[in-house]
Ligand binder design. Structure first.
Ligand SMILES: [Ca+2]
Ligand SMILES: [Ca+2]
Length: 193
């Protein structure tokens, strides 16, 4: 029987992760070891997560965006990320498979987790993305994308929906795959010099 104080990963979680990700048993066990070291409680709190994000965005305010990303990874809604959620997150955001990344992007935009995206939700994520953009880059944005509202308008227009209509996951993924600009506008990419 398993020992509650043991630092080894439970067989159940391991099997589950092997089944649901492309990672090997060795990789998963290595990550588990690292995770235990960095996170002895076994849970990542929203505060820890914000700090991790802040390191990647020293010149801007990543707090709001980090909150949204955290929410999209916290699939069981308990307010923390456990090892399984962490690995699934890593899998969704790091694999080359576009549809998987877009499934994650959908969950990022679906702020209230009801299975649909509204224009209000798109605007909310665009506002969070804007806070990630360093001040000196804001002035370089194209005229039809230089506020969160304009960016949301432009993005929403690609899905050919009315402002009061909503977007299902399949429609979102298809819309983004069909349109390079939509693909670009759903996430933040630092400007290249
Ligand atoms: Ca959780
Ligand atoms: Ca929603």
């Amino acid at each position: 029987m398993g020992n509650a104080t043991s630092s080894a990963i439970s067989k159940e979680i391991l099997e589950d992760l092997k089944l649901n990700t492309k990672f090997t048993e060795t990789e998963i066990c290595q990550w588990y070891e690292n995770f235990q070291k960095q996170c002895p409680t076994g849970r990542i709190s929203p505060e820890d997560f914000k700090q991790i994000y802040a390191r990647f965005f020293p010149e801007s305010d990543a707090t709001t965006y980090a909150q949204h990303v955290f929410r999209s990874f916290d699939t069981n809604d308990d307010g923390t990320l456990d090892f399984k959620e962490y690995i699934i997150a890593l899998h969704m955001t790091s694999t080359g498979k576009t549809t998987r990344k877009l499934e994650w992007a959908f969950s990022l935009f679906d702020v209230d987790k009801n299975g649909y995206i509204t224009k209000t939700e798109v605007t909310e994520i665009c506002q969070a993305i804007f806070k990630l953009i360093p001040k000196e880059d804001l002035g370089k944005l194209p005229g039809d994308e230089n506020t969160p509202e304009k960016r949301a308008d432009k993005l929403w227009s690609f899905f050919e929906k009315k402002d009061n209509e909503r977007l299902a996951e399949g429609e979102f993924i298809k819309g983004v795959i069909d349109n390079e600009n939509a693909m670009r506008l759903i996430h933040y990419e630092p400007m290249k010099e």
